[in-house]
Design a protein around this ligand. Structure first.
Ligand code: ADP
Length: 742
């Protein structure tokens, strides 16, 4: 008869004869793996019948009891039991034990001292895949992998020499081998046993595969938690957890660094009083928000341990348990003190800038001229005053590129004479694209309504600004570094133009009216001189001859002056029209040189060229006028005589003909170079030498050359001489087929 019980007292009540003899412990788990319930099996001897087994008894037990009593898995129990077991092994009879072995969830194997299996339970068959008959009479090592067998034999023999109870889970990494050769982790507990009076060992073998996997996963989880904790500590942000009544339960390193309290000091403290939190509205509001929304975000001001304030961007989250009861609040606080201070400083600067710009705007608006600021290569508008809008006749939107503004409003910009003007020549674009400071450029604005406005444009490049914002634009603009900013001013010169027009008209009328009497004067003076020289009429006295020559010279000068004045008025009014025809430049130049050579004996005029023919697309009369003026000047401004060289060459690639006129005369002072093409402009040294002139020739020459699509410029050194350069377009191949007038 056996007693199955979990408590020592229980079998004591049943008069267990010997504790050591009577206990065999088997445990199982209700789910097959845990230690929820257990039984102990003990033979029970009635006091009356002596050694005769009388009854079974069993009782489900708490795991703790098992641990203490039966499983021997803690050290105390292990020692106690092993001591008890080694002193007196369990004694059982083979006759009835098998059914009990079969109820064990573990594989149970009984071996004799020779290591031969004498008994296995059903679980052993299931675990190892052998039929019971295949195992009986086999060596225990059959259940081990080959590589461990030899070692195990030695262990087993050693064990039999001193049998004792060896509980499971004492750290051995044991491996079992199934019939199919697969291996699996096992734990084995050993108990010496007297089977039918002979010493045996009963081994309980448990397949640990599932448990090992669970252990592994558990370890991984622990590692993950450890890493997460590390991560939390690595964060610069203060990360803390507080319970529903705001006591700190977790406080990371970031919190220690930000606030100055260690985790030990902060633990258990009410956060709001520890940190003297200042809420945007109130604590109650934050709390209510958390309660309803489950989270809250906002700015808080805290006081550090050292008394200083810190502004934090706080994110909080309420955590609830399964029943929905709040259990914790997670809080992440980021220090934004510096950012806030910078923002505040920036706001102050911004406010000042806005105020300054508003003032600037008022000043600009008070100006009668149109003024605006543009930036970037496409001249986008930054700021414009009120007058600018009336100059354009349209509202230029902030940030709009200039050409887009002009196009969308049908505004055209031309040169002063109304000729089309490439945008690259607009004063504004020259400033922002080429970094040029353009002063007093004449432009004509043709406005949407059809009216035209002549303006003088000044465009000044300003030192690059990092940031502009203006009252005209609500939004702040960030300018890319090094984008040119230009201040442009439009001066309405309608009145001036009007006056100039009237003056030109007047000059034109006067010149025109002078022409006829002058022609008569010159004609008669010429006639008198020529006819007298031929012996017709009375011979003239010497003084009469001189007077006539003077009259002839003066009328020649006057005719030249009136012609020049008329040309100027024609150019100004855009009434000068070219009669272009393909012309060979070489004989044209030679003809002018030959004519002018006759006017001087002190100068040696020469034409240099390597080409006999260079066809230019020109108005020959006008180009002759230009060359006559340039060679005439070379002679006039070399009062001491000297060589005057005209050189002609071809620039094939550029399809132009180049002409230079060089003299060794008085030259032009460097300081006056820039103004020499202005009307009535004469150099100081020319007047000092007493050389007469009008200062109109160069102006007319440049206008004429440019109207041909060419260029006129000079290089000059005072007292060393001057060289004037002209370029004119060559005739294109098809034009060249025409007959050439020489
Ligand atoms: P003008 O000769 O009638 O004064 P221009 O317009 O032809 O008028 O020339 C303008 C000024 O340029 C001259 O007054 C003179 O000072 C200067 N100039 C022109 N050509 C020369 C030259 N070849 N050498 C020196 N100075 C010159």
């Amino acid at each position: 008869m056996y007693l199955i019980t979990g408590k020592q007292e229980a079998y004591q009540n049943f008069s267990v004869k010997s504790q050591a003899e009577t206990i065999i412990s088997i445990r199982w788990s209700s789910d097959g793996s845990s230690l929820a319930k257990a039984v102990e099996i003990s033979p029970l001897y009635s006091t009356a019948s002596g050694n005769v087994p009388r009854a079974f008894a069993h009782a489900p037990q708490e795991e703790s009891h098992i641990k203490e009593r039966a499983m021997m898995s803690d050290a105390r129990a292990s020692k106690h039991t092993s001591a008890a077991a080694s002193s007196a092994p369990l004694s059982i009879s083979s006759t009835n034990v098998l059914p009990f072995l079969d109820i064990s969830p573990d594989a149970l194997v009984i071996v004799n001292p020779a290591g031969t299996i004498v008994m296995v339970n059903r679980q052993t068959e299931a675990v190892f895949g052998y039929a019971r008959t295949e195992l009986l009479e086999q060596q225990l090592e059959l259940l081990l992998p080959q590589r461990l067998r030899a070692v195990h034999i030695a262990h087993r023999e050693q064990y039999f020499s001193s049998p004792h109870t060896r509980p499971m889970g004492i750290g051995l990494k044991l491996v079992g081998r199934r019939k199919d050769g697969t291996e699996f982790p096992v734990e084995i507990s050993l108990n010496p046993l007297l089977l039918d009076g002979a010493l045996h060992v009963i081994g309980a073998i448990r397949d640990m595969t599932a448990q090992r996997i669970a252990e592994h996963e558990h370890l991984q989880q622990l590692e993950q938690i450890r890493l997460q904790a590390e991560l939390i500590n690595l964060a610069h942000d203060a990360i803390l957890v507080r319970d529903p009544v705001s006591r700190v339960t977790s406080w990371n390193r970031g919190a220690e660094e930000l606030y100055g309290w260690t985790v030990q000091e902060a633990q258990g403290r009410i956060t709001h009083s520890l940190l003297k939190t200042r809420f945007p509205s109130s604590y109650a509001d934050v709390d209510e928000h958390l309660e309803h929304e489950g989270q809250w975000e906002g700015e808080l001001t805290h006081t550090r341990r050292d008394g200083s304030s810190v502004i934090v961007e706080s994110r909080q989250m309420l955590v609830r348990d399964e029943e929905g009861q709040p259990i914790a609040i997670l809080e992440i606080n980021r220090d934004i003190t510096e950012r806030r201070h910078l923002e505040q400083a920036e706001q102050v600067v911004h406010a000042e800038t806005v105020a300054r710009l508003a003032f600037l705007q008022q000043v600009l608006d008070a100006l009668p001229s149109g003024v605006y600021l543009v930036y970037g290569p496409d001249a986008r508008l930054l700021l414009a005053n009120r007058a600018a809008a009336s100059v354009w006749g349209a509202e230029w939107q902030a940030d709009q590129p200039m050409l887009e503004f002009l196009k969308s409003n049908g505004i055209e910009i031309t040169d002063a004479q109304g000729s089309p003007f490439p945008p690259s020549k607009f004063a504004t674009l020259r400033a922002v694209q080429g970094g040029e400071t353009v002063l007093q450029q004449q432009e004509l604005i043709r406005r949407p309504g059809g009216s035209s406005l002549p303006v003088l444009v000044n465009a000044v490049v300003l030192p690059a600004q990092r940031r502009w914002s203006g009252p005209l634009q609500e939004t702040e603009q960030q300018l890319p570094a090094r984008e040119a900013v230009a201040l442009v001013m439009h001066q309405d010169v309608t009145a001036l133009k009007e006056a100039e027009y009237l003056k030109d008209e007047f000059v034109g009328i006067v010149a025109h009216e002078l022409r006829t009497p002058l022609a008569a004067l010159k004609g008669f003076a010429d006639m008198l001189l020529v006819q007298t020289a031929r012996g017709r009429g009375l011979a003239l006295a010497e003084w009469q001859q001189e007077a006539l020559e003077e009259i002839e010279l003066a009328t020649t000068r006057l005719v030249k002056l009136t012609e020049e004045l008329l040309d100027v008025t024609r150019l100004q009014a855009g009434r000068l029209h070219l009669q272009r025809t393909p012309t060979n430049m070489v004989p044209l130049a030679q003809r002018v040189v030959t004519l002018l050579q006759q006017t001087t004996t002190r100068h040696r005029l020469e034409v240099r060229t390597t080409q006999p023919e260079l066809l230019a697309d020109i108005d020959p009369g006008r180009i002759e006028q230009v060359l006559t003026n340039l060679i005439g000047n070379a002679i006039k401004y070399s009062p001491q005589g000297g060589p005057v060289t005209l050189t002609i060459w071809e620039e094939t690639a550029a399809r132009i003909v180049g002409i230079s006129v060089q003299d060794r005369g008085i030259g032009i002072p460097r300081r006056q170079h820039a103004q020499m093409f202005g009307r009535f402009m004469r150099a100081d040294n020319a007047q000092a030498w007493g050389i007469s002139g009008t200062g109109l020739g160069l102006y007319i020459c440049r206008e004429l050359v440019e109207r041909h699509g060419g260029l006129l410029w000079f290089e000059s050194e005072e007292d060393a001489g001057s060289t004037f350069f002209v370029t004119l377009p060559l005739v294109s191949a098809r034009q060249g087929d025409h007959e050439v007038p020489s």
